[in-house]
Design a protein. Structure first.
Length: 93
């Protein structure tokens, strides 16, 4: 059920993106870079580029947080295993 919901969301967003691109074909935007370099792009392409950069940055920042949490979880699991081993040794005495 969850996959179907995600698929529906992807289809809706894709259709909205496609209609946005079609509606804004004629509108161009000039992007000026450093050192006098400039490029003229359709508005929809510029929006997609900025969106892709945002998604990539979001994934990178989130993955560092996830990695940190996984490392803490592994450390906690090792600590629990050590405590359980010590508890079984104490029970044997």
């Amino acid at each position: 059920m969850r996959r179907l919901f995600y698929l529906l969301i992807i289809i809706v967003v894709g259709l909205l993106g496609a209609t946005f691109a079609i509606e804004n074909q004629a509108q161009t935007v000039e992007v000026q870079y450093y050192f006098g370099f400039s490029k003229t792009l359709p508005l929809s392409v510029l929006v997609y580029i900025v969106l892709a950069i945002g998604i990539i940055l979001g994934v990178l920042l989130t993955s560092t947080w996830v990695l940190r949490v996984k490392l803490k979880l592994g450390k906690a699991k090792r600590h629990i295993t050590k405590l359980e081993a010590n508890a079984t040794i104490s029970d044997d005495r």
